[in-house]
Ligand binder design. Structure first.
Ligand code: ACO
Length: 325
């Protein structure tokens, strides 16, 4: 096998929805500020759900849609920065929950680029011919990493999961066109969450570490509007395509203004950049597959369309993959 193909898409979001007006009763913010600066109107927040329960729901739906059984699955990759535990991985929990006894499973953490990084890993493993069917999911409960006293980050994030079932294919029937992945570890300090400090009898009392998001919004904004168009252009060059050849750009939903700026830089009309950030906020690794699933279900993305997936965020990382759906 030389390539893979997306056979099914699915998503799952928590039942509880928190809109901007409700947030405004908890902190000094307003629907107007959040809408103008980010495009977000509401977000789903996990109450009874967990990252693994959302991911398991996605995996079960993928099996139902594709007509495969759990035993047919060889590989499960979950992209997440908000797992239930450091071990077991969310991937292993999903494997156990759906009974995919033949699958190996693990997590990939590349924050908001995680879905594209996970797809890359799955593709390479499918091409190695040891695996035939893989489930790749982006799943997050970012609400547990949010400091609900900090209005500068609390308004931005949401919870959810979505993914794809991909199968090995000969090159002629495949999905992959080109990719461009980039990691800028020196800039990682500008966006951190979930710090796990050392803690033992040998460490002096008073060591402090924070589980919460800390973000230099201006630096991350500047990074995204520069690096994402560059990454998309690099991938297009490798594919010998131009931006006008792309039918649909499925970008990480971090901020409406970032997406508008990227569209402007690429000189592509916003009609080719569908957004659903208003409903979900920034769901990190889940944001591109949630949008992708929505567009496939609405038949905005059809078989044969050229789609540019691009994620960007913590690491800092960027991941672009151009596919023919
Ligand atoms: N409500 C009301 N006022 C607020 C809020 C809020 N929720 N948050 C901040 N403010 C205030 C600030 O205190 C500031 O007030 P001041 O002028 O009196 O000091 C004012 O609003 C402007 O704040 P800025 O930070 O300058 O606002 P900006 O226009 O830069 O928007 C934002 C902030 C939305 C965070 C923007 O910088 C951004 O989107 N950055 C990119 C973030 C991102 O994309 N992250 C993606 C990666 S996430 C991941 O990988 C998990």
């Amino acid at each position: 096998f030389e390539d893979f193909k997306i056979m099914a898409t699915a998503s799952a979001t928590p039942a509880r929805v928190v809109d901007n007006d409700e947030l405004s009763t908890m902190m000094d913010t307003s629907d107007e500020w959040i809408t103008q600066r980010t495009g977000i109107k509401q977000r789903h927040v996990a109450v009874d759900e967990t990252t693994s329960s959302l991911a398991t729901s996605v995996a079960q739906q993928l099996l139902d849609q594709s007509g495969l059984t759990a035993n047919d699955i060889d590989l499960i990759v979950v992209a997440t920065m908000s797992p239930d535990y450091l071990t077991p991985s969310v991937g292993a929990m999903v494997q156990g929950n759906i009974g995919a006894d033949n699958a190996i499973a693990f997590d990939v953490d590349a924050a908001c680029s995680g879905f594209v990084y996970g797809l890359k890993v799955a593709r390479q493993m499918l091409m190695a011919e040891t695996q035939k069917h893989a489930i790749v999911i982006g799943a997050e409960t970012l609400s547990k990493l949010v400091d609900w006293q900090d209005r500068s980050t609390a308004v931005l994030f949401g919870d959810g999961a979505a993914g794809v079932l991909v199968s090995s294919q000969p090159r002629t029937a495949g999905t992959f066109i080109a990719e461009d992945l980039l990691t800028l570890g020196k800039l990682g300090k500008h966006l951190t969450a979930g710090q796990v400090g050392v803690r033992s009898p040998f460490v002096a009392q008073g060591s402090t570490y924070s589980p919460f998001f800390k973000m230099n919004g201006h630096r991350v904004y500047g990074f995204a509007v520069k690096r994402v168009p560059e990454s998309i252009n690099h991938a297009l060059t490798k594919a010998k395509l131009t931006a006008t050849d792309v039918d649909c750009f499925v970008l990480h939903q971090a901020n409406q203004r970032i997406i508008e700026k990227i569209a402007e830089t690429l000189a592509v009309p916003m009609t080719k950049f569908p957004v659903n950030i208003a409903q979900y906020g920034n769901t990190s690794a889940a944001s591109e597959p949630i949008l992708f699933d929505e567009l496939v279900k609405k038949q905005v993305i059809k078989r044969g369309d050229v789609v540019a997936l691009s994620g960007f965020g913590g690491g800092l990382t960027v991941g672009t993959m151009i596919i023919r759906y």
